[in-house]
Design a protein around this ligand. Structure first.
Ligand code: HAM
Length: 423
């Protein structure tokens, strides 16, 4: 016998009831965006490799170590998308969405791929719900996006911390970059870090090793280098968050693994997850459009990790609403009853009642066990005698009470008992 296939390393299957739970998480993330006028966008799961190299940055881990890149049979270099911002901005530019009313507000939901070292909460295939607002510098839109994410976490009953920082614009960053490089060049660092100092010094701030944390304690912070305009932008965002009743922590060392960020930067952290504690994050990318050959077009957005958020929900022991199951389970005894109940179950489903039925010759005992497992409130049992009498037995699976009801009016009777609105 050949060996059973397994899901590839770093990937996972979601089977019920977790499969249902992940849908509930996505739905909770999407609902606030829909209420705020964001339109749904879908882009391909792969793009030209150059798009990500240009947008995310050649020296980032994502581009240099983690991309699933390949050459197609036709000779095109493509990459499974490691993130969603570059593709969504590419699509917005390609379809001239920015020529209409701005900001262009878009949201998306899908799978992303990064060849990372798998561990709890870090996968090679994962999913995000994301949002991008393109075409304005107004800090009100940064605040709006953050509040919408906070509302999503609240709807899921989660307690998350919000970290915020400003990376400054082109006005502020070169001076900070130089000061940070100057500071780091004078420390005793390993070769790889030394190289990073020259290529991408801000990434060094993300080094979590204790010896590097010690080195970084005294490092200059971007806050001291912000231009007046950058500072005003960041202060306006912070004031709006405070007005909205959103708690945040200023984290002057917060950096993120993608090079396109300017000004606003933020991350949502859950403390029950161990090392992979970032459940979501985002920021501004005012220079990205030009980098992709578009006009000057500021933008801001975020992406929330769906699986990590589900892990957080589970860590807090929260239940998610509407996770599967049916309301009614039909148990036919014999072939004629099975045909009759097939019609009843179809009618119930069409009337909006979640219903299922026992199939195969399982017998009363096996079928009732299936009814219990289905989570249904009511079982409907029909045998030959019942058919002759034109009735079904409705059994309340919670109380155990059983009573006959006319087959003619069975659907209406069940809808009434379930408190369904009038059809
Ligand atoms: P990111 O921080 O790379 O940002 O990813 C966002 C979220 O996706 C993370 O906070 C995490 O929850 C989840 N995530 C990332 N990598 C993995 C992984 N390997 N396994 C499981 N979950 C993961 C972005 O992707 C940006 N595009 C966000 C953005 C939108 N910035 C502006 N607009």
């Amino acid at each position: 016998m050949s060996q059973l296939f397994r899901a590839p390393r770093g990937t996972f299957d979601l089977v019920p009831p977790r499969g249902e739970a992940i849908l509930a998480v996505r739905e909770a993330m999407a609902a606030p965006l829909r209420r705020a006028g964001y339109g749904y966008v879908e882009t391909p799961t792969f793009e030209e490799t150059a798009l990500f190299v240009r947008a995310v940055g050649e020296s980032t881990d994502v581009v240099s170590k983690e991309m699933y890149s390949f050459t197609t049979r036709g000779g095109d270099d493509v990459t499974l998308r490691p993130e969603g911002t570059a593709p969504v901005l590419r699509a917005a530019l390609e379809h001239n969405l920015h020529r209409g009313p701005v900001p262009v507000k878009l949201w998306y939901s899908g799978s992303y791929y990064r060849y990372e070292r798998p561990q709890k909460g870090r996968f090679r295939h994962f999913s995000q719900v994301g949002a991008e607002a393109i075409g304005t510098e107004d800090p009100a839109i940064d605040a709006e996006l953050i509040v919408l994410a906070v509302d999503a976490y609240r709807a899921l009953g989660l307690t998350v911390r919000l970290l915020v920082n400003s990376l400054g614009s082109d006005e502020s960053r070169p001076a900070y970059r130089a000061a940070l490089q100057d500071y780091l060049r004078r420390r005793d660092l390993d070769d790889e870090t030394r190289e990073r100092v020259e290529l991408n010094p801000l990434r060094v701030l993300d080094d979590k090793r204790p010896e590097m944390q010690a080195v970084l304690k005294e490092a200059p912070v971007i806050a001291d280098f912000l231009s007046a305009a950058d500072r005003a932008h960041h202060d306006a965002l912070r004031a709006l968050l405070t007005d909205a009743g959103v708690d945040y922590e200023d984290d002057p060392r917060l950096v993120r693994g993608l090079d396109y960020y300017t000004r606003t930067l933020f991350e949502f952290v859950h403390d029950g997850l161990g090392a992979q504690s970032a459940v979501g994050g985002g920021g501004r990318y005012d220079g990205l459009s030009e980098l992709l050959g578009g006009p000057r077009l500021p933008g801001v957005g975020w992406a929330l990790g769906v699986e990590r958020t589900l892990l957080a929900v589970e860590a807090e022991g929260r239940a998610l609403p509407g996770t599967g199951g049916v309301d009614v389970f039909a148990v036919p005894l014999g072939e004629v009853a099975a045909r009759r109940l097939f019609a009843v179950v179809t009618e119930l489903r069409r009337a909006g009642v979640a219903a299922d039925m026992a199939t195969g010759a399982r017998g009363l005992k096996g079928s009732m066990k299936a009814a219990d497992r289905s989570g249904a409130r009511y079982a409907i049992v029909v045998g030959e005698r019942d058919l002759a009498d034109g009735v079904a037995q409705i059994k309340d699976l919670r109380s155990g009470d059983q009573a006959p009801a006319s087959l003619q009016t069975l659907v209406a009777e069940l809808r009434k008992r379930l408190g369904a609105p009038d059809a």
